[in-house]
Design a protein around this ligand. Structure first.
Ligand code: HXC
Length: 259
């Protein structure tokens, strides 16, 4: 499939890499870009050879937000009728394989929200995060008011959403928004390293771990623990569990078959 606003490639036939590609607009997320992103995510998720996905941008911007020019003339009837955001932005929530955000430069507004919809964020030392929608007379609309407080706590999330200020990468790491910070020129190596590590494990266990951690965001502790326990039990029905434990006991490398 050919795309206009993203590029896609694979690394080692195992990792699917999607690069947001509207550099002149700092990767502003237009409706067409989000449709393409959804298509690429689904295609990689459906490919059994792919074990992990990465979404990235360029040095200056992961994405500077939803495309303000495209939104400027929307009225309530347009966004409600077309189910704006819900229709095209949330495909990523249905992706079952891990999705890593490799962020350099600006991750603002919808760009910050897209990064937070990924499973974890690896950031370059020049990354900057923010929810500046308040300056435009709106609020975050792709989950920012919900995911940011879960990631960094209420006080910082309120500060970001109400003042529109940016957070540098050190603050983002200390607050728990990003999992790792690396020099800019090492960003893709680091993200690929993490992705290839994940690809070395059994896909069933990887998908189960992702599903369980996501439960922690969306339900009660008791429900989450029960959900985890059931999937933990279920993994004892897989050959990958037998293989992984036999390999450890016999001091050899495990060869998972995703079964
Ligand atoms: C459309 C954008 C854009 C955006 C930047 N550009 N961000 N176009 N939508 N979100 C365009 C600029 O208009 C400009 O185009 C070019 O990219 C370069 O941007 P500059 O402003 O010249 O760059 P710089 O001076 O380095 O400033 C960078 C910046 C600034 C601080 C990131 O561009 C900025 O504040 N952008 C808007 C950030 C924002 O408000 N994001 C939230 C959007 S609302 P030209 O043609 O002039 O060269 C949102 C809502 C989410 O995301 C709701 C649910 C999805």
């Amino acid at each position: 499939m050919s795309y206009e606003f993203i590029t896609v490639r694979t690394e080692g036939d195992k990792v699917g890499i999607i690069t947001l590609n509207r550099p002149k607009q700092l990767n502003a997320l237009s409706p067409q870009l989000m449709v393409e992103l959804g298509q690429a995510l689904k295609a990689f998720d459906a490919d059994p050879a792919i074990g992990c996905l990465i979404i990235t941008g360029n040095e200056k911007a992961f994405a500077a937000g939803a495309d303000i020019g495209a939104m400027a003339t929307y009225g309530f009837a347009d966004v409600y009728r077309d189910d704006y955001i819900t229709r095209d932005w949330e495909t990523i929530r249905s992706i079952r394989k891990p999705v890593i955000a490799a962020v350099s430069g600006f991750a603002l507004g919808g760009g910050c929200e897209l990064a937070m919809m990924c499973d974890f964020i690896i950031a370059a030392d020049n990354a900057r995060f923010g929810q500046p929608e308040i300056k435009l007379g709106i609020i975050p609309g792709a989950g920012g008011t919900q995911r940011l407080p879960r990631a960094v706590g209420k006080s910082k999330a309120m500060d970001m959403a109400l003042t529109g200020r940016m957070m540098d990468v050190r603050e983002a790491e200390t607050a728990g928004l990003v999992s790792r910070v690396v020099p800019l020129d090492k960003l893709m190596d680091e993200a690929l390293g993490a992705a290839l590590t994940i690809c070395g494990f059994g896909q069933l266990a990887v998908m189960a771990a992702k599903e369980c951690v996501n439960r922690a965001f969306e339900g009660t502790l008791a429900d989450g623990v029960m959900f985890e326990r059931r999937l933990f039990h279920a993994l004892f029905a897989t050959s990958d569990q037998k293989e992984g434990m036999d390999a450890f006991v016999n001091k050899r490398q495990a060869a998972f078959k995703n079964q």
